[in-house]
Design a protein around this ligand. Structure first.
Ligand code: PGA
Length: 255
């Protein structure tokens, strides 16, 4: 059974105290780990340790980095390597969020390297993909996302792809309040799973967790997560509010 995941992406928000309070509130919700449910909390680098302390004893909860360097340790001022994260026992990292692709010029090829560094260091990547509005308007979203997958993931071995986590986040739906319809999400998730089945096999495709991201809220989570190829969500704005994020956790599919 593939994992159903509620992933919080705090982005560049919160003071340390606010972050600790939020983590404590979220962690008050029990997670059904027996059903393969998982909560990831992607925090800014300085908060990895303090938030890990809070989540450590909570079954099913893991702290997650929002990025890591494409290179190994060396003269790269301001960067944080996968081996540093491994030394802190961090086992998840977002890779290729659209904000990093846009503001930090992260290409599909750089992201392939980041995925390699993560996997070499025992870190599970949460690989983000998704099309901008202009591409959706031309109805070229499938080709666009398939190219992101091909360029960044197709070099991975079947073992590395088994149980991999992908987040589909249409850029036009991020932080805009404009959510893809559950049918639009399902269509793209099915396309992504089919791509994995074609490049690997059906068994591996069925093991991959595909999260939807883009204006997920407590009011739309159940409908989106209810779709057969949607295995949870990557949540920005609503993950900063416990009264929003806790119902999102409880909206994960039960079977
Ligand atoms: P949003 O962000 O939920 O605020 O749209 C999602 C994301 O960027 O991961």
């Amino acid at each position: 059974m593939r994992k159903q995941i509620a992933a919080a992406n705090w982005k560049m928000n919160l003071t340390l105290q606010e972050a600790k309070n939020l983590a404590s509130s979220i962690a008050s919700q029990q997670v059904n780990a027996g059903m393969g449910h998982l909560v990831l909390v992607a925090v800014p680098f300085p908060y990895l340790i303090p938030i890990q302390e809070i989540l450590r004893s909570k079954e099913g909860y893991h702290v997650c980095a929002q990025n890591l360097a494409s290179t190994n340790n060396g003269a790269y001022t301001g960067e944080v390597s996968a081996s540093m994260l491994q030394s802190l026992s961090i086992s998840y990292a977002l890779i290729g969020h659209s904000e990093r692709r846009e503001y930090n010029h992260e290409t599909n090829e750089i992201l392939a390297e980041k995925i390699n560094r993560a996997l070499e260091n025992g870190i599970n990547p949460v690989f983000c993909c998704g099309e901008p509005l202009a591409v959706r308007e031309e109805e070229k979203q499938n080709e666009y996302v398939e190219k992101q997958l091909k360029d960044s993931l197709s070099h991975l071995s079947p073992e590395q792809m088994n149980g991999f986590i992908i987040a589909y986040e249409p850029i036009w739906a991020i932080g805009t309040g404009k959510t893809a319809s559950s049918d639009q999400a399902q269509d793209m998730h099915k396309t992504i799973r089919k791509w994995v089945a074609n490049h690997y096999n059906k068994e591996i495709a069925d093991s991959v967790s595909i999260l939807y991201g883009g204006s997920v809220k407590s009011s739309n989570a159940s409908e989106i997560f209810g779709k057969s190829d949607v295995d949870g969500g990557l949540v920005g704005g609503a993950s900063l509010i416990p009264a929003e994020f806790i119902p999102i956790i409880t909206s994960l599919k039960k079977a």
